[in-house]
Design a binder for this molecule. Structure first.
Ligand code: NAD
Ligand code: MG
Length: 330
């Protein structure tokens, strides 16, 4: 574990920066917008397919993607919606989890992120971004397929943050496999462990430390109700997470703990370029959505804020969607 305010490991501002152009070049180069300027890059400027051919070894790095995803680094502006909250975000190094981490910090939360050791370069950028927002950042690498690690992760995050108000279950494994014969038991097991068991273990550990006002935010997918033929094991975990969100919302309502989920459509993240999609599918990624392009992580961060926002105190068991016009799982 690494508390960036401590001395166990040094995080360097600006370490491991871009090797590829950002998804929103104007926003990335201009720096933070002036007061009164638009708070987000114009959606019309976001990249559309076709995308350059690319493939990375799993789990992939956002810093190596071309174009680089926009996680809201230069655009997200907070307004204190999560002031004083303490959040743990799995998969907080890249993609949707990174966008949530940036947004949470700028909304006033202290944030612990979990990720795999191979993702340290991406994680360092996120830690620096959280610190730049004036919030405490805690980095806890480790593999969520291990129950004992999941328990330790929640314990360590709660200890370092001084408590736990928000758990964001966002990490996931997605591998494209054209035929069921190609999904080994080990594959199936790894997908279930990462996408279903880990949220179960983390929720169990978190609930034991949470009080009234706490929130759990899960991550499902449009795949939950409209599964692709090549994502058989992954898609069913999206449905499981949706169902888990609803049962736990009912179970935890009397304790004052809310449970919501966010359901993304196609988003431009490392998950997709490190085996989640075929290179052919990647080139035209997002073209089938009515908006004709993939979402950028920055475009979904606000939903993670909303799902945890104390102002939305009547919203539990809800599914918040950003699918670019595709179907919304219910
Ligand atoms: P991403 O690759 O940026 O994030 C996924 C993260 O999961 C990784 O960064 C990694 O840290 C983590 N992870 C995977 N296996 C792990 C393990 N065993 N232990 C610890 N961490 C592990 O990709 P993303 O697209 O931002 O994914 C975030 C969430 O969004 C996932 O739940 C994914 O299923 C969901 N989602 C993504 C899309 C999309 O098109 N990108 C669509 C629907 C849902
Ligand atoms: Mg990652």
């Amino acid at each position: 574990m690494t508390d960036v305010d401590g001395s166990r490991r040094l995080f360097i501002a600006g370490a491991a920066l871009a090797t590829a152009p950002a998804a929103s070049p104007a926003a990335a180069q201009d720096g933070p917008k002036q007061p009164g300027a638009p708070t987000a890059p114009a959606a019309a400027d976001y990249p559309k397919p076709p995308f350059p051919v690319q493939q990375q070894p799993w789990p992939g790095l956002a810093s190596q993607m071309n174009p680089r995803p926009d996680h809201g680094e230069t655009s997200y502006r907070g307004s204190g919606r999560l002031a004083g909250k303490r959040a743990l975000i799995t998969g907080g190094d890249s993609g949707i989890g990174r966008a949530a981490a940036i947004a949470y910090a700028r909304e006033g939360a202290d944030v612990a992120i979990n990720y795999l050791p191979a993702e340290e370069p991406d994680a360092r950028e996120v830690v620096e971004l959280i610190r730049s927002a004036g919030r405490k950042a805690v980095a806890i690498p480790g593999d969520l397929r291990d129950e004992a690690f999941c328990q330790r992760l929640v314990e360590d995050a709660a200890r370092e943050l001084g408590g736990l108000d928000i758990l964001v279950n966002n990490a996931a494994r997605q591998r494209t496999k054209p035929a069921i014969a190609e999904i080994s038991s080990a594959d199936f097991d790894a997908t279930m462990k990462t996408n279903v068991y880990a949220p179960f273990w983390l929720t169990k550990a978190a609930v034991a430390r949470m009080g009234p006002g706490a929130v759990i935010v899960n991550t499902s997918s449009e795949q939950a109700s409209d599964p692709s033929e090549d994502l058989v094991d992954y898609a069913l975990t999206g449905a499981a997470v949706l169902n888990f969100t609803k049962s736990m919302a009912k179970q935890l309502a009397p304790k004052g703990i809310r449970v919501n989920a966010v359901a993304p459509g196609p988003f431009w993240t490392p998950l997709q370029v490190s085996g989640g999609a075929t290179p052919e599918k990647l080139q035209k990624f997002g073209s089938q959505s009515p908006l004709g392009r993939p979402g950028q992580p920055a475009e979904i961060a606000s939903l993670y804020v909303a799902a945890a926002d104390p102002a939305l105190s009547y919203s539990t068991g809800q599914i918040f969607g950003a699918t670019g016009g595709g179907g919304q799982p219910a």
